[in-house]
Design a protein around this ligand. Sequence first.
Ligand code: PLP
Length: 383
Amino acid sequence: MSQFIPYGKQFIDEKDIEAVETVLKSDWLTTGPKVDEFENTISKYVGCKYATVVNSGTSALDLAVHALKLKNGLEIITTPFTFAATSNSIIYNNLIPVFADIKEDTRNIDPEDIKRKITDKTVAIIYMDYAGHPCDIKEIKEIADENDLFLIEDASHAIGSEYNNKKIGNYADMTIFSFHPVKNITTGEGGAVVTNNTQFDKDLKMLRNHGIDQDLHQRQSKMDYMYDIKELGRNYRITDFQCALGISQLKKLDSFISKREKLANLYSKLLENIDFVETPVNYGNIKNSWHIYTILLKKGVNRNNFFKYMKKSNIGVNVHYIPIYRFSYYKNHYNIDPVDYPVTEKVFNDIITLPLYPQLKTEQIEYICDKIRDYNTVKGEKL
Ligand SMILES: Cc1ncc(COP(=O)(O)O)c(C=O)c1O
């Protein structure tokens, strides 16, 4: 196949373009009606009370941690097997990230290791639904209840996923989504925090706009110049044209997810008999939104050689994730020994992400799986 197949890709149609164009021709480019409309559409889709939309998933995480109003130096337990934004959000707020190991089957945080990591400084848990497969939410909630901890769910991968027949966004105190182009829906850059808590919602909306105590519409209608800054907020506002794109994309989310699911099932079927490949699990009490499709390479296959081989075949494989504690910043600031994370290390060594996005074709998946099957013969690598 001569054309490069990326690991992820947005799906934008004429309706999306029209929606953006309409806003560009209107009076409101930012802080206008599309912001409220996008928030209402998200909360309706998720089935929760409130949504606050912002300019990235990273901003959403930062605001969610900020809204907990915690004292400096306290600890938040999270997964090391995520994108750095998850744990960076803890550090932005002068708190300390404490990592718990993961489970090999789902690559999600291990509730048993969370229990071991709790100290008298622990105040919250940020769990991340890897690849769109929800975490062990019941077990995590029990730990949080017993220890009086806040819960933030990083559902950057998991908008549209379900746990026990309820959409993700209804379990943690606050749940965040990312709308980066490789995610299941996109606004270019963008994110959201959803919650059922009225006070958190109020604070999130204030914090995304510099900590100003009134929204722009209130000020305009009162024709008053006065406002107060109650907290040290940020400018994390998202534009109206991005929100228009988000509204249009959200209408397609369920169909995107069913396409992803079909393609993921096709991968699992075609890879079933390759003895050095372990395909991802999908447990019964969840609905997976299939943000990414990852396999584990077994029988001594070297992931880095396999990665090069796939790239040479024009297949855009990726690695999700390099464990956070391996990055220089974390090494220089926190005393973390990879040996303490045996499952994370093992999964990191064996994992590879295969391309997955709604417009990926059956023939492309067949080509990818043929290449995988050929790997041992082509490379002559001992399996
Ligand atoms: C798990 C996870 N958390 C947070 C983020 C940050 O989202 P954004 O890129 O929208 O800032 C990402 C995006 O890559 C992610 O995958």
